[in-house]
Design a protein around this ligand. Structure first.
Ligand code: ADP
Ligand code: MG
Length: 211
């Protein structure tokens, strides 16, 4: 049986999906108008800003909708490329990567990249100095895995056991949904995300069954 919280989250999920579908059509129309405008005024920076923002909004809504039916949208994706795409999304981090050349998993590239971005953005949020992140991808025991280890202060001990739950946050004004979303994405891939160690630094592991 679902608890009250689970039932509420389930209803919110359904609601979110229906909003996303509706918004998606409007944003699609907005994006096409923005493209038409930018063809007429290619040098106008504010038109270019509208194009970029509408593209980002569309991608976010696409990802949300994709998450609901990810098993039909999975393909063989190169983990190295996914890692690179997530890293191109964040500024201000020195990345150290260990990425085998041909490590493929069955998945949805943009969603996986979004899950990694959550980890990288959190490392920036909590950092006290310059941010360094190690990303190590490997074949495990009949599986693939990615370890992400930062050089930050580590996980607050009161959070260690429920860090993936929505609303678990130490960030002022934080919603605590980043890691919950990352977990949702990993589980939609029949994989998992776990905190390997919270001290002295944060060390997360994402794992997939063999694809
Ligand atoms: N790399 C990290 N180092 C230290 N603490 C972290 C790290 N990643 C996440 N956390 C902790 O987990 C909490 C939840 O993260 P998240 O789910 O992304 O939500 P939010 O960023 O909104 O707080 C953060 O507020 C922070 O306390
Ligand atoms: Mg976060």
């Amino acid at each position: 049986m679902m608890g009250n919280d689970d039932a509420l989250l389930h209803r919110l999920g359904t609601l979110t999906l229906s909003f996303a579908h509706e918004l998606r059509n409007d944003v699609l129309a907005l994006r096409m108008t923005a493209f038409a405008l930018s063809a007429q005024q290619p040098d106008d920076p504010s038109v270019q800003a509208v194009v970029r923002t509408s593209e980002r909004m569309f991608a976010t809504l696409e990802d949300l909708v994709a998450l609901a039916r990810v098993e039909t949208a999975m393909e063989h994706v190169n983990l190295g490329a996914v890692v690179k795409s997530a890293q191109s999304d964040v500024a201000g981090v020195t990345f150290h990567n260990t990425l085998p050349a041909n490590l493929f998993v069955l998945g949805h590239a943009r969603l996986l990249s979004r899950a990694l971005s959550v980890l990288y953005k959190n490392s920036i949020t909590v950092a006290e100095g310059s941010v360094e992140v190690h990303t190590i991808a490997a074949h495990g025991n009949g599986s693939a895995q990615i370890d992400v280890i930062d050089n930050g202060p580590g996980i607050a001990s009161e959070l260690e056991h429920h860090i993936f739950e929505p609303r678990a946050s130490t960030r002022p004004g934080g919603m605590g949904v980043g890691l919950a979303l990352a977990r949702l994405i990993c589980e939609a891939h029949k994989g998992s995300i776990v905190l390997i160690s919270g001290k002295p630094h944060a060390h997360f592991r994402i794992e997939w069954p063999a694809g």
